[in-house]
Structures are given as structure tokens and as C-alpha cells.
Unconditional design. Structure first.
Length: 214
């Protein structure tokens, strides 16, 4: 029986929830997911039962509440070193952490103008033009990681890592908004989408949207 409970938001739109959920799933670490409908009138009250920040995701473990996606992933990586959620080489790991922190604190223009909407396909892509600098930086970063560190597999640092979990919602955004990508970036995105866990998350998003339609 799992000792971890991950409280998450909607599959279709909760980008921060996807990050630790994906990390746990790819590492095959058992956990129970508790979903809060962020559009529900009492969503804030439901979340505050678990998280002092009043936001999701939050990981519950033996009386401990850990909020913020990157903090959750760090906690899981420390408790399960055998799953190698960080690169094993010290210098490579430092770069991976830098990449993750840039995602955690940056790209506000992309977040605002191209919010995660996995099942959406908007006809108007003006948000892509507004966020073009963020998009260019992300694509350059992915290409550099793949070139320097990607020899051992299809992900940013070869093997799937926390960095890929942190950027997975951006992969969905690029798909939703039809962002033009380089071949290297598209190949990387295809690798992320091919993860069974990403397909499972997408299925959850689809089910939400269909339920909302009625």
C-alpha cells in the first residue's frame, strides 16, 4: 500500500500538478492521487485541508505536507535514489537543477499567454507571438541539453529526469498552440508524449473535458 498521497488539480489545466505526478509515475513509485476540481466553489477550502499554501500540488507523507512541484520532486529523489531522477554526474546534475529552476521561476509570458489546455486547439495563436522570446529560449535550452547531455536516451539528459517532468507541461503547450519547432525539439517532444504516463494524464484530461460537455 502506498504511503504517498499526491493532491492535484485538473488534468487538463493544472500544469504544476502534472510535474510531480509524472515524476512519480515514470519512476514507478506507488502513490494515491487525490484530485481537486479547481473550478469547484469550495476548491480553496479543499486544498487548505492539505496545503498551507492553498495551492496544488501537495504531497502528503507520514504527517508531512510538501508543497511546490520542485520541492516534491526533490523529496522523492532523495527518498528513492535508486530511481536516479537526477543525473548521476555532479556537474551534469548541477546543470539539470539550473534548467529546472529556470522553468520554476521563469517564462511568465508563456504561462500567461499560452496556458496549459491539453485538449484545446485554439484557432487564434497570437499568444505564441507574444511569448516568442520565451519559446525561443526554451527551444534553445532543449537543443543544448540534448546536444551536450542526451547521448544516453531521448530525454534532456538522456535518461528521464526531473528536468523532463518540469518541462512536460511546456511540451503540451507547444502542441496545443501549434508552436513551430526544430527537428531536435520535435523529436524530444515526441519522446515525452510517448511516455505511458503522459498518455494516462492525457486520458484524464480527455475524460474531464467530455464530462464537462455532459
Amino acid at each position: 500500500m502506498s504511503t504517498y498521497t499526491l493532491v492535484i488539480g485538473n488534468f487538463n489545466t493544472s500544469s504544476w500538478s502534472l510535474r510531480p505526478w509524472l515524476g512519480l509515475k515514470v519512476a514507478a513509485i506507488p502513490f494515491h492521487a487525490e484530485t481537486v476540481n479547481l473550478r469547484a466553489p469550495d476548491a480553496k477550502a479543499q486544498i487548505l485541508k492539505h496545503s498551507p499554501s492553498g495551492k496544488v500540488p501537495v504531497l502528503l507523507h507520514h504527517g508531512l505536507a510538501i508543497w511546490e512541484s520542485l520541492a516534491i520532486l526533490e523529496y522523492i529523489a532523495e527518498r528513492h535514489p535508486e530511481d536516479q531522477l537526477w543525473p548521476q554526474d555532479e556537474k551534469t546534475r548541477a546543470i539539470a537543477r539550473s534548467v529546472c529552476c529556470e522553468m520554476h521561476s521563469g517564462f511568465a509570458t508563456l504561462r500567461k499567454n499560452c496556458p496549459m489546455d491539453i485538449m484545446g486547439r485554439p484557432a487564434n495563436h497570437e499568444g505564441v507571438d507574444i511569448a516568442k522570446d520565451d519559446i525561443q529560449r526554451i527551444q534553445s535550452l532543449w537543443e543544448e541539453c540534448r546536444s551536450r547531455f542526451g547521448k544516453g536516451g531521448p530525454f534532456l539528459f538522456g535518461k528521464f529526469s526531473i528536468a523532463d517532468a518540469m518541462y512536460a507541461p511546456v511540451v503540451t503547450r507547444f502542441t496545443t498552440y501549434g508552436v513551430k519547432t526544430s527537428p531536435t525539439v520535435q523529436t524530444y517532444m515526441d519522446a515525452v508524449w510517448s511516455l505511458p504516463a503522459m498518455q494516462e494524464w492525457q486520458d484524464g484530461a480527455r475524460a474531464e473535458v467530455l464530462a464537462a460537455i455532459g
